[in-house]
Unconditional design. Structure first.
Length: 178
């Protein structure tokens, strides 16, 4: 399985399991309706858009970063923090339009995010895309060996550089911390 597919598979699995957990919360509170999955659909698109937007804001001016084609949403380069914010905003807007109890839905979305994050971070660990800065020498035994750009960047550079890389220094395993 290609590296990006592995990464996306873990995040999509985490999102799916998180949605199921959120629906259980709504059912337990007696507010699960047929409109709740539509709110989750809005949240999912908002999350993807926000995650891609945060990535694009690093490289493009604001006007260019905002215009994201639908085919680009699942392309490499996603950052989850703005994705979570945009997902929540999209879900709350959908709650207003569909007349779904917003506070109950926000609780379910919080549960969904709490379930999604650790599962998705397994994909980050496997791919090596979210590694932190170099560890100090005294902390090195508790850190991981990785490359500064993550395995996604290294994998793309292999044909250009002939596949030989210097030994990587130990770095913080940020997905484990998260």
């Amino acid at each position: 399985m290609p590296i990006m597919s592995t990464y996306l598979a873990w995040w999509l699995a985490g999102g799916g399991i998180g949605i199921l957990a959120g629906l259980v919360v709504l059912r337990h509170r007696g507010v699960l309706t047929m409109r709740a999955p539509l709110v989750y659909l809005a949240a999912a698109f908002g999350c993807l858009y926000g995650a891609k937007l945060q990535y694009r804001l690093r490289f493009f001016p604001i006007v260019d970063a905002i215009s994201i084609s639908p085919t680009e949403l699942l392309a490499p380069g996603l950052h989850i923090p703005l994705g979570l914010v945009c997902g929540l905003l999209a879900a709350m807007l959908a709650c207003l339009i569909l007349r779904v109890p917003a506070l109950q839905m926000a609780d379910a979305l919080a549960m969904s995010g709490a379930v999604m994050m650790p599962i998705g971070r397994v994909g980050c660990i496997l791919v090596g895309c979210c590694l932190g800065t170099v560890c100090p020498a005294w902390l090195a035994p508790m850190c991981v060996r990785g490359d500064a750009g993550g395995l996604l960047h290294r994998h793309a550079a292999v044909p250009l550089l002939g596949g030989s890389f210097p030994p990587a220094p130990p770095v913080h395993a940020l997905p484990v911390y998260f």
